[in-house]
Ligand binder design. Sequence first.
Ligand code: SAM
Length: 338
Amino acid sequence: MHRHEFLRKLHEVSKPRTYFEVGINDGRSLTLSRVPTVAVDPAFKVVKEVRCDLHMIRETSDDFFAREEPFEHLQGAKVDLAFIDGMHLFDFALRDFINAEPHLDWTSVVVLDDMMPRNIPEAARDRHTTAWTGDVYKVIPVLQRYRPDLRLAVVDTQPTGVVVVLGVNPTNTALADKYDEILETYAVPDPQQVPDVLLNRTIAMRPEELLEAPFWSSLVAAREDESTEFGPDELRATIDESLSLGSRTSLAGWQPEPQPAPADNAVSGEVATPEAARAVTATVPTPQSAGGISQRITRAAAGNPGLWKLGKGVVNRLPLGWRRSIRKHVYQARRTHV
Ligand SMILES: C[S@@+](CC[C@H](N)C(=O)[O-])C[C@H]1O[C@@H](n2cnc3c(N)ncnc32)[C@H](O)[C@@H]1O
């Protein structure tokens, strides 16, 4: 089953009252929504007829979530169904989930796309293939390790699989609290290491198995009736039972092998030139100059692990406001491959 067909059926069974999408592109997934919708993409080019009450924002998801009231359009309603399909880098997809969760309800459903790369080149962080999943698949082990309260269904859709996340908790901050530690461990340089169970899809369930599971009607009813005795614990128990989650492979214990540390002389010797090192260290930053500095750091350190480490060391010594600002700009600069 193709992911759009799966999404169409998921709209039917989960009956969302509101929809949120990160990554619109030409509007093929957006066109499935019939309910009040918020959708964000810095470069959308919608060519499909869209038939819903829509607020479409031409921004990165990070900028969108930095707004004071990103979901103003939903007039206080929570997001019932969210589709995260924006930038195909692990850290972006994870941030999208972290930023979206406070706007969800325990009955909400989150879908993440491109979770089963078909080969290693397709999973690269630095895109060099036509079809590209990037390394967003790492969201699976991270959610399984840091958020055992969530329920994840890895679904065998075409072309590159989706993960459906259930049992969310808008007040849980475990991922945000450990964000830096998680990135340090999982956002490793190419070539990526992809678990075999994802490459050969033995971890995945058939789409019908999830779509025909018996818990959807209880979930939908609980959303409508707050006095019901069916709560988050009952939802998790029903999901575990109907999808046999306990007997499926978990990737909670998986993490990429650490990359060999760059040699000590890498930052001052032939790998990083003194000129490039000066580009990282010479300027005294201010929050206002963070964008320019970040671009220079990113450019100078591209493909140079020693220099990248040096830049990180410098940034980590700066006050929190500067650190946050520089990191934000570095993410943007890396995204646009400066
Ligand atoms: C795979 S396409 C989305 C496809 C669409 N969801 C569908 O199924 O028809 C990914 C989209 O993410 C957008 N994108 C890239 N970086 C983004 C970011 N930081 N925030 C939000 N969207 C982003 C791209 O512009 C692109 O249109």
